[in-house]
Design a protein around this ligand. Structure first.
Ligand code: NAD
Length: 387
């Protein structure tokens, strides 16, 4: 499947412009692979697709959707969490929209037969090394956060997490030995090039925001963090208009809760980013609110290689009950329109519709502890109808 994108968003490598919006009178071919995955992944991607269909209809674009298996669903069907057919389709698509992976039945499976392995392999295959996680405290949801309103109100940050390096991919890894000598090993490793490319994404995005970047590491203990800090300082010289600050990850974890408004762009490595972004979810009221965009280098077609997925997992505790909050997945679809296709006006229309739905209180139960009459599908329909 070749993408025929009508006009290519232009970007530059150093001091890169990540997105340039395009004129909306262009009809754009949206070749998108949908990977619903497991659990609530299937429910929330259904709503994100509903929203994309509405956008295509309303703005006159052509939506070409393909679907494939990933995670536990793929293991059941094919024996592999990331079947070759899924990899082929993901490489061909202009962008991939993913739900979530993970099923309790595979919790005790060997590493290569675990659903999460499929997601890691997908990220690696697409070369998406920068994971962008916007976190906003929506006014309508201030009371949904367990934190005091005065702390949370106005918080608006972008977490840029390195996604294809560090502890999750480093070798050697595994469990060996027996008895008291049984040993688990993981390796945290980063190259200069891996740090530099994600740092450039972070600085470029800070330029489009409030021009403040906090780089998070553990350089008082870890050599990988010492290299991280050195390379980030070097990259910062190309972005003199962005204020750079360094924070140790433990201090950052505390300040995310005690003073979240101080953060604009937060740049960090894979493991720290994984943990800090879940922590930041409390600012948004629910983990179901958080979208993410993972981008790599540009494709020959000109589009960014992109993988878009909500931050949350497959939530087996609520799967199949129409309870899941689809707004993280819908926000991910908005990010897909913006980053992979340069359709900024369309993305803004989706985000505005989400805000209206929140203001109207049409939210799932995770945002209303006393219960909600709005299920996953009703929230998705409400957003689509407002575009
Ligand atoms: P989880 O994010 O699935 O769920 C954590 C809690 O948040 C649960 O109580 C869940 O009900 C709730 N929740 C999550 N998303 C929600 C939504 N959209 N609406 C309402 N409530 C929501 O994390 P977990 O329970 O630690 O992991 C469950 C499975 O998901 C595991 O197999 C794990 O490996 C996998 N996982 C996958 C991803 C991914 O696919 N990107 C990310 C994290 C965890």
């Amino acid at each position: 499947m070749n993408s025929r994108v009508a006009r290519t968003p232009k970007g530059r490598r150093a001091g890169m412009i990540l997105v340039q919006s395009r004129a909306t009178d262009d009809a754009v071919e949206l070749n998108i692979l949908v990977l619903p995955g497991d659990g609530i992944g299937t429910e929330v991607t259904r709503e994100a697709v509903r929203v994309l269909e509405r956008v295509a209809d309303r703005f006159g674009h052509r939506l070409n959707l393909r679907r494939a298996l990933l995670g536990g669903a793929a293991i059941r069907e094919t024996g592999s969490p990331f079947p070759p057919e899924t990899e082929r389709l993901a490489r061909e698509a202009d962008a991939t929209l993913m739900g979530a992976v993970g099923l309790p039945e595979f919790d005790a499976a060997p590493p290569e037969r675990r659903p999460e392995k499929g997601l890691l392999a997908l990220r690696r295959a697409l070369g998406v090394y920068a994971n962008l996680r916007p976190v906003r405290a929506y006014k309508a949801l201030l009371d949904s956060s367990p934190l005091k309103n005065r702390l949370v109100e106005g918080a608006d940050m972008l977490i840029v997490r390195e996604l294809t390096g560090g502890l999750y991919y480093g070798t050697p890894r595994g469990v060996c030995g027996q008895g008291a000598d049984e040993r688990g090993v993981n390796t945290m490793t980063y190259t200069r090039a891996e740090i530099e490319r994600v740092a450039r994404v972070g600085f470029a995005l800070a330029r489009k925001r409030r021009r403040k970047l906090v780089s998070v590491d553990k350089s008082n203990v870890l050599e990988t963090s010492q290299l991280w800090r050195r390379v980030v300082v070097e990259v910062s010289k190309d972005f003199p208009d962005v204020a750079l600050e360094h924070l140790l990850v433990d201090n950052c974890a505390m300040q995310l809760i005690t003073d979240p408004r101080r953060f604009d762009v937060l740049l960090t490595e894979n493991l720290f980013g994984d943990i800090l972004s879940d922590e930041a979810a409390v600012l948004a009221g629910s983990i179901g609110m958080l979208p993410s965009a993972s981008i790599g280098d540009r494709r020959p077609s000109g589009a960014w290689a992109g993988l878009y997925e909500p931050v949350h997992g497959s939530a087996p505790d609520i799967a199949g009950r129409n309870l899941a909050n689809p707004l993280g997945a819908i926000g991910s679809a908005a990010a897909l329109l913006e980053y992979s296709f340069g359709l900024c006006e369309e993305a803004a229309a989706v985000n505005a519709a989400v805000e209206k739905v929140l203001d109207a209180g049409q939210v799932t139960a995770d945002l209303r502890p006393q219960g909600s009459p709005f299920g996953t599908d009703a929230v998705g329909q409400a957003v689509a109808s407002l575009i």
